[in-house]
Structure formats: structure tokens, C-alpha cells
Design a protein around this ligand. Structure first.
Ligand code: ADP
Length: 186
């Protein structure tokens, strides 16, 4: 399970799409769980209080662990601002048949995220129209010991994804490039 955490607009979803594409090319069955999508589809009743965010993360981790146990790579892109909730997510995943959990902190700084504002949410939050917005009116607890840090300020999406792939390669968690090429030829 690759768990992408970071502020809104940091680049989690964009990187997740590219990562899924590249893991598929490597011959892996891969699933993407996106925080916004899951909230909308499965848990629309949850709000943005600390308790609701923790519930959201716990449920996503549970789903991710089950999909991973079935043999797929799971890429999760979800803000997950609370350290304890992320730690709980790791425990949920790792406890289940020793599935590896890679915490990737997309650490793009707040001012860059505000300048990007891909969904116009920072504008709303800064003008006081969006309460409990992470980074503005709700906290983001930075990961102290992530498995990987990615600052996308001056980095291409492809370079960000390559860093994750390299880390997975280094840990022997994905099919090698050579084996994937051989499989494609068969
Ligand atoms: P998040 O899922 O973290 O809220 P998004 O992926 O939805 O963020 O939005 C990130 C925005 O930043 C997109 O508009 C994307 O095109 C842009 N961007 C620029 N450079 C990068 C990069 N290296 N990695 C990811 N996104 C980037």
C-alpha cells in the first residue's frame, strides 16, 4: 500500500494517477483509492471534524488492506492530516498478512498549494467561507518519519512518480523492469 499524504493541492491525486499507470505497465494489478472520491461514494455522511476524518482514514485503510491482501498494489491519495490516524492506518495494513505500507509525504509547501489552488478551495477557505480547511483553519501534522518525501514545487509529475517506483524497487516490492518487459513479450 502506497499512502500519499499532504496538503490539498500538494499533488497527491496527480501523482497517484501516474503511479497507477506505471505500476500497471510493470505488470501489477493496481487500485487507486482517492480520498475525495471515497468520501463522496461511500461515506457522504462524514464531515471534517477530527473524529470524522479519523473515521474516514480508518475505513480507507481497512479497504486498502483487504484489496492488498488479495494481491493488488493499492495507491491511496488522501489528505490524512493527523499523525495518529496515519499510524493507525499503517498498523491496519501491516497487521494483515504483513502487507508493506509506504508513507509518502507530498510536502509541497502551503504557499505553493495556495498559488495552485486547483479546486478553488483555498480561495473559499481564506475568505472564511470554508471552515475546518486543512492548512488554513484546521491543522496538518507533518509526518516526522515518512518513507519518502516529495516536494513537487519544482519537480515534474514523472520525476515524483519515479522516486516512488525507485523506493519500491529498492525494497524489492515490485516486479523488476526486466521481468515486466519479458512478461509483456510473452
Ligand atoms: P491533491 O490531490 O494533493 O489535492 P492534486 O493532484 O489534485 O492535489 O493537484 C495538484 C496540482 O498541482 C495539479 O493541478 C497538478 O497539475 C499540479 N502539479 C504541478 N507539478 C506537479 C507535480 N510534480 N506533481 C503533482 N502535481 C503537480
Amino acid at each position: 500500500v502506497v499512502w500519499l499524504t499532504g496538503l490539498s493541492g500538494a499533488g497527491k491525486t496527480t501523482i497517484a494517477y501516474d503511479l497507477v499507470r506505471r505500476l500497471n505497465l510493470r505488470g501489477h494489478v493496481t487500485e487507486h483509492l482517492d480520498g475525495d472520491e471515497i468520501r463522496q461514494m461511500l461515506f457522504p455522511e462524514l464531515g471534517f471534524t477530527r473524529k470524522d476524518r479519523e473515521t474516514n482514514i480508518a475505513r480507507i485503510a481497512w479497504v486498502a488492506s483487504r484489496i492488498a491482501r488479495a494481491g493488488a498494489c493499492v495507491v491511496v491519495s488522501v489528505l490524512s492530516p493527523y499523525a495518529s490516524a496515519r499510524a493507525h492506518a499503517r498498523t491496519t495494513v501491516e497487521a494483515l498478512c504483513v502487507i508493506p505500507f509506504l508513507e509518502v509525504y507530498v510536502c509541497t509547501p502551503l504557499d505553493v498549494c495556495i498559488a495552485r489552488d486547483p479546486k478553488g478551495l483555498y480561495a473559499q477557505a481564506l475568505s472564511g467561507h470554508l471552515p475546518e480547511f486543512t492548512g488554513i483553519s484546521a491543522p496538518y501534522e507533518q509526518p516526522q518519519n515518512p518513507d519518502l518525501r516529495l516536494d513537487t514545487t519544482d519537480q515534474s509529475v514523472s520525476d515524483s512518480t519515479s522516486q516512488i517506483i525507485s523506493e519500491l524497487d529498492l525494497r524489492g516490492l515490485i516486479i523488476s523492469r526486466t521481468a515486466a518487459a519479458l512478461m509483456r513479450r510473452e
